[in-house]
Design a protein around this ligand. Sequence first.
Ligand SMILES: C[S@@+](CC[C@H](N)C(=O)[O-])C[C@H]1O[C@@H](n2cnc3c(N)ncnc32)[C@H](O)[C@@H]1O
Length: 218
Amino acid sequence: MISPDRIEAYIDSLNTGNTPFLDRLEEKALLENIPIIKRPTQNLLRFLLTLHKPQRILEVGTAVGFSAILMATYGPADCKITTIEKYEKRFAIAEQNFTDSGYAGQIRFLKGEAEEILQDLADAGEQFDLIFMDAAKGQYLHFYEAIREMMPAGSLLISDNVLQDGDVVESRFAVTRWNRTIHSRMREYLYTLTHTDELITDVLPVGDGVALSIRKQD
Ligand SMILES: C[S@@+](CC[C@H](N)C(=O)[O-])C[C@H]1O[C@@H](n2cnc3c(N)ncnc32)[C@H](O)[C@@H]1O
């Protein structure tokens, strides 16, 4: 059996990269230990943006704006992206990156705790065609109630890091005590996504694990 690492390395060797701006941003983020989506996840996102053509995009977890700019770059020309971040040190860097990318006009940057902002957006009746969940893994379940209110039929929810480097498939006793809460919350989140009648969900072993959920017709 070929090792998963060799498979991933081979697939990555076929990767032609993103735009020069995104490639530079990725390099800088990796040098500065800023968490951004992995290359296999970038590819999947580019593919889904081309397939699904979302006009209204919501991202939870901006960091320095890499994935928001990737979505602006590969999404439809007139798509609008709302992205949420709570870590103050990243606000100015993300804003500068949005300006430098040329996509600032398409990106609404909301600063603060996602749980509150998501509820405000849901209460305001906002709807999104694609939601990219890429924030604190232990909180996905808390975000879900507001997220589902903002998903019309046919909308796509992409949840990143759902397998946590494989930890989620281990018994809870095989992960460190520190990670056990996240482990059980992530399992509950994946169980919810896969067992609700509202969604069709598949979990892919891409990057750190990606769950793809589509909202069914009512
Ligand atoms: C993995 S990084 C996002 C990377 C980004 N999507 C990219 O690929 O360029 C996760 C980000 O979510 C933010 N975050 C985590 N929990 C959050 C919360 N509850 N509310 C808002 N932001 C949160 C973190 O501060 C961090 O910058």
